[in-house]
Design a protein around this ligand. Structure first.
Ligand SMILES: [Zn+2]
Ligand SMILES: [Zn+2]
Ligand SMILES: [Zn+2]
Ligand SMILES: [Zn+2]
Length: 353
């Protein structure tokens, strides 16, 4: 029988620690065995343990990297290599760092924390930034080389206690067969980033923002409620950060889609008005709400001839004029975007005084 000799009477074979007729068989470890996991990075899985008086032995592995450890009393353990796998050591350190202790991980794509471009907020400065890995499970795609994956995710170098491959071949083969009966737990992940920042706006107000960098990409984005990604943001009047702002033509304040008073079209003049500047139940802006009939003598000023009528309304930044010549109705709006003329349905007459 092929065995590792420990002393004159004691040895280790496929069944455990053996002395004469006594066999202390391999069994599952009952708890943590400190000496067996010390000097490993990541901590190995202790698949089996055996103990006979002062002698203790373990079968330790990180994936297919497996070693036999032997200790006498409180002495320093001696390690013997069973199989070497630098790849699985790297998978193990990535899994232990990002997934869970004792798990190996294959990585399909990853972004280095040093390698991403954050968002910008116009007219603001960043006062705080926190970057953590963001794990995506069950990703598509081919796996990175494990050593590259370890480097990219920033996991520490893997290490195991020095262990020469010095066991009898038969014993090595038998112990590896025993190890293989227990499957190795390998996760498949992609690693992006989650970024939490605080930006200070021009008026001193501080706004938090959280966004992701997709695995393998470098540009960070904030998605609009409709899913459109933006890497440059602006602050609206309510200090929301948004990719697109819309300006109310009346109060000239920006809103974003998250604002309850978001800019919409005036029902009558079709101008851009925020919720605060749409002032009637039927959805008219401040200027259209103020439309009043122009007196007989002022009509000339509004370019209406004798047979026609005109209505005019203003807000501080918008002017609206409705003109009627016979059955021909037009509306002219002037705002900071320029001058627009629309044709109106004659039914409008019912809504004007
Ligand atoms: Zn403010
Ligand atoms: Zn407004
Ligand atoms: Zn907003
Ligand atoms: Zn209007």
């Amino acid at each position: 029988m092929s065995r590792l000799i420990l002393d004159d009477e004691t040895g280790i074979d496929d069944s455990g620690i053996v002395r004469g007729d006594t066999v202390a068989g391999w069994r599952e470890p009952s708890g943590r065995i400190d000496w067996a996991v010390r000097d490993w990075q990541p901590e190995p899985e202790i698949v089996a343990q055996a103990r006979l008086d002062e002698w203790e032995a373990v079968l330790a592995r990180v994936g297919r990297h497996a070693q036999l450890g032997v200790r006498h009393g409180d002495g320093r353990p001696a390690w013997h290599g069973l199989s070497k796998s630098p790849d699985d050591m790297n998978r193990g350190i990535v899994g232990a760092t990002l997934v869970a202790p004792g798990r190996l991980a294959d990585v399909t794509a990853a972004t280095r924390q040093e390698d991403f471009t954050g968002i910008q907020v116009q007219g603001a400065r960043r006062v705080q930034q926190l970057v953590v890995p963001r794990i995506v499970e069950h990703p598509q795609g081919a796996e990175l080389d494990p050593a590259e994956a370890r480097f990219v995710v920033g996991a520490p170098a893997a290490q195991a206690p020095a262990a020469p491959l010095d066991l009898p071949e038969e014993l090595t083969a038998a112990l590896l067969r025993r190890l293989r009966r227990q499957p190795v737990d390998v996760a498949r992940i992609a690693v992006g980033l989650r970024v939490a920042e605080t930006w200070e706006l021009a008026d001193g107000f501080q706004v938090p923002v959280v966004y992701d960098v997709a695995p393998g990409r470098t540009q960070g984005y904030v998605a609009d409620p409709d899913g459109t990604p933006h890497s440059t943001l602006q602050a609206c009047r309510n200090h929301h950060l948004a990719g697109v702002l819309q300006w109310c033509t009346h109060c000239l304040q920006p809103t974003c889609v998250s604002c309850s008073e978001a800019v919409r079209l005036c029902r009558l003049c079709q101008g851009l008005a925020c919720g605060d500047c749409v002032v009637t139940e039927d959805g008219r802006c401040r200027a259209c709400a103020a439309l009043t009939k122009v007196g007989l003598f002022a009509r000339g000023r509004f370019g209406v001839s004798a047979g026609g009528s005109a209505w005019h309304g203003e807000s501080p930044n918008v002017q609206v004029t409705v003109r009627q010549q016979r059955n021909w109705w037009t509306l002219e709006r002037w705002d900071r975007n320029g001058r627009v003329t629309l044709q109106l349905d004659p039914g409008i007459s019912r809504e004007l005084r």
